[in-house]
Design a protein. Sequence first.
Length: 369
Amino acid sequence: MSSHIRRIAICTGGGDAPGLNAVIRAVVIGAANRGWECYGIREGYNGILFPERYPEGGVFRLTRESVRGIASQGGTILGTTNKGNPLEFPMKMPDGSIRKVDRTDEIVEFFAKKELDALVSVGGDGSLTIANALHLKGLRVIGVPKTIDNDLDKTFTTFGFDTAVAFATECLDRLHSTAESHQRVMVVEVMGRYAGWIALHAGIASSVQAILIPEIPFDLDKVAAKIRARDSAGRMYSIVVVAEGAEPAGGHREILEPAEIGHAERLGGIGERIARVLQDRTEKDTRVVVLGHLLRGGSPTSFDRLAALRFGTAAVRALAENQSGVMVALAFPNVNYVALEDVAGRMKGVPLDCDTLQTGRDMGIAFGD
Ligand code: F6P
């Protein structure tokens, strides 16, 4: 691998997260300052695999002009997708069946043909696994950790998480007064996939009464007992935050759509299920709020913006230093680099001995165990 770089590309994959545009801006400006050209790939790798879908170009030049003022904007100017993983691309066979096909060679060939020297891949676990595979095929790749779920290993946090937690906290804060006025139980379902970070952080920040996370299988009798005890003490309302991936002890998680070739299962519905049981067991009027994709929208917080700008510029520095196959990570107080192979396919859930969880317990919050 020669260290000489003239042209790089950037792609964003998986679910969007606030801060993606700040990373793009940082990469484009960091590259421009070194005299490199930067190109954006549309919608994950679709801009390469399906150029015909984009009359204006599946891969297009990004200049200082194209990234002006975008750091504060949610979403991604490149577009993204969480379908059609190129490592397991769903292809229709002549007999009508769908098979997984590895299309990463086409991406590597595209880079060679277009004389693109390196890729900055911004994404979560799926995107970083693809990035690692491309690196192993000889492409120079740097990963940047994104996800509102905060479930990536080897980085203190991902960008997008702080914005999601800030918004969830604001929503929970707003629910206290209406719950109290009506003496209700409010069940609030938040995203997070198989990790409980958003539920845990927002729930503690807003002083809710119960937090149910995938890492702690729950028993609703214990949650109902907590709600009744509050009632007896004259606190006639309760707020229960549940992570979408939480499941009852001995039970199963709620799934909206099963996994298919090329995309993961869709979680959702646990809030409704819990609300029905809690209404039954506490005889209290119960309502459900699903925050869902609202958590992915909006302007990134200053923390996420700064993290995203630090990650983007650090990715460019890594390329200038001739690195490949690494992800930029946050290791307070600095960013560092970790091997993509140590991140790909690994998930970081809430450790049961972490002080944040203990803080919740010490504050009297029920975790259903
Ligand atoms: O990984 C981010 C995330 O928002 C998860 O929290 C959630 O389970 C999933 O994406 C939802 O994806 P989709 O955009 O397909 O609904």
